[in-house]
Structure formats: structure tokens, C-alpha cells
Ligand binder design. Structure first.
Ligand code: GLN
Length: 288
């Protein structure tokens, strides 16, 4: 499609039509975000300048963005940035895109901090760093640590922490393997949004997820619970007595997490629901 000498409004309408035809549910919103990025305009300017011509350079960029999107690349990766808890995060291939659902996990911890002294926290599988960075921004922690097995993810997380002005100690680590031993038995809290999709279900995910997001951020093993089992068990060595464990979980994993947590001696176990009313967070407290 030749977008030369077309107005911003015309180009935008054509972009929406293309993404709609490609079956993208949020086609209108995405077409707008991509045009904002291509033209270097914010939302207000985009609409105010509706009747102005779009520069050739911006039109070419937009064309490229639309065709990437038509091929399934997530809008968030094309933009290279996404918001979580109102804060900006760099994202790209190799790092899971922060999800709105995960805000429920962060809010659960911030709420717990109102009544419990949570000074130290470790995030396992930090990805973009969205969890510890927003905890650092909105909470009152003294020590925030985060690990990931992926060096690439840690690159994003460190950059995101620096740009959001949050101090976090990052470790390249397979679960607890490289967490400094001095923290054994001392952590006030552990949080994780681990990979939790059952291996068999991965093929059925949207193209955006299964072909573009990192498999090692999704695959939770045969029943999706591999990482919960490992963290619930090993977490006991790292939490202080009375320390808290917080997980994001899949909508149908609530019952399994309740049993797992009680099997390993956690108390004050609970679940929290997301905006759709589905189980999304599981938590418990290390019994002495
Ligand atoms: N902790 C990151 C997030 O919540 C990454 C989670 C993951 O890769 N499974 O977005």
C-alpha cells in the first residue's frame, strides 16, 4: 500500500483496516500505538494532526511495523516498550511481555506490606524486571534481589531498573543456585511468576505468544507446576520463619497450589483473583 501523500487520518484508518483483516482483536488501539511510534507523536498530537500529511519517512516506518504485526510479532516488541503498574519497561524478544494480570501479584505484596514487615524480597524469574521494579517504586523494601536463568532477560531487567531508578541486586541463577548464601533463612519474602503453562498446551497458545515470546518463560513442565514444586520446597531454606511466598498462577491451578503449600508446611495460605474473577495469585507463610 502506498501511503505517500496521505493524511495521518487516512493512514491510520488504513492501518486499522489492515490489522483488522489480519484478525488482530485490538486492531484499532494497536494501529494507533504503532503510528504514534512511527510518526514520533503522542496520542493527542495524532488526533490533532489528523488532516496533515504524514512524512514519507514515517509512512515507510509505519508500513514496516504493520507488516511485522500482520506476521504476528507482538505490538509490545515492535514498540520496544510497555507499561506495567504505570511504569515504563523496555521489552523485546527473549523477555516475557509484562501482563496486566501480574499487577494483582504486585498489589497483593504491597497490601501485605501494610501489616507485615517485609524488608527483603527475592524475585525468581524476573524477566523484564517488572515485579521487583514496581515493588521498589511503590513499596518500602530495603533489599530487593532478582534472579533469572536468562542473561538476555537480565540485560533488560538491569536497564529497566536503572531507568526507573530502582536499586536491585541481580543474579544469573537457576532458581536459588546463585543467590548469596548469606540470605539463607533470612528472606522476608519470595515472589515468582514462573513459567506455568502445561507443556501440552503450548501449541494452542496464540501465535504472538508461542512463536515470539521465550519458551523458557512459558513452559512449566508436564502439568505446569514444576517451578511451583521446586520453589515451594527450596523456598523453605531461604525464607525466615514466618516469611512469605507469593506466586502468580494459572486460572486453574489454585487448588493445586493450596495443596502444595500446605503439604510443605506453609500456613495462612490464600488465593487472590484477577479482574476477571479467576484465581491469579497464591500465597503462604513459612511455618516454623
Ligand atoms: N517476572 C516476569 C513477569 O512477570 C517474567 C515472568 C516469566 O518469564 N515467566 O513478567
Amino acid at each position: 500500500m502506498n501511503q505517500k501523500n496521505k493524511t495521518i487520518g487516512e493512514v491510520l484508518r488504513a492501518g486499522k483496516a489492515r490489522l483488522k483483516a489480519a484478525g488482530k482483536e485490538a486492531y484499532a488501539f494497536e494501529a494507533e500505538l504503532l503510528l504514534e511510534k512511527a510518526a514520533g507523536l503522542n496520542r493527542t498530537a495524532l488526533f490533532l494532526l489528523d488532516g496533515e500529511n504524514l512524512s514519507d519517512e514515517a509512512a515507510e516506518l509505519y508500513e514496516g511495523f504493520l507488516s511485522e504485526r500482520e506476521q504476528g510479532r507482538p505490538t509490545q516488541y515492535i514498540l520496544g516498550e510497555w507499561e506495567f503498574m504505570g511504569l515504563p519497561f523496555h521489552v523485546g524478544e527473549g523477555v516475557l511481555i509484562p501482563r496486566g494480570d501480574t499487577e494483582v501479584l504486585v498489589e497483593t505484596i504491597l497490601e501485605k506490606q501494610q501489616t507485615e514487615s517485609l524488608k527483603s524480597i527475592l524475585d525468581i524469574g524476573t524477566g523484564s524486571g517488572c515485579i521487583p521494579i514496581s515493588l521498589g517504586h511503590y513499596g518500602k523494601f530495603e533489599n530487593i534481589m532478582a534472579v533469572d536463568i536468562s542473561q538476555k532477560a537480565l540485560g533488560y531487567a538491569a536497564k529497566n531498573a536503572a531507568e526507573n531508578n530502582i536499586t536491585i541486586d541481580f543474579y544469573e541463577s537457576d532458581l536459588f543456585s546463585n543467590v548469596p548464601k548469606e540470605w539463607q533463612g533470612k528472606l522476608d519474602a519470595i515472589v515468582s511468576n514462573p513459567p506455568y503453562i502445561p507443556k501440552m498446551d503450548i501449541e494452542e497458545l496464540m501465535i504472538e505468544v508461542k512463536d515470539f515470546e521465550p519458551l523458557n518463560a512459558l513452559d512449566g513442565g508436564e502439568d505446569g507446576l514444576d517451578f511451583y514444586r521446586a520453589i515451594v520446597e527450596q523456598g523453605r531454606e531461604w525464607l525466615k520463619d514466618g516469611g512469605w511466598l507469593f506466586f502468580e498462577i494459572g486460572y486453574d491451578q489454585g487448588e493445586a497450589l493450596l495443596s502444595l503449600l500446605s503439604e510443605f508446611g506453609y500456613t495462612e495460605i490464600g488465593l487472590k483473583q484477577d479482574l476477571a474473577g479467576l484465581d491469579r495469585v497464591a500465597f503462604g507463610r513459612k511455618g516454623a
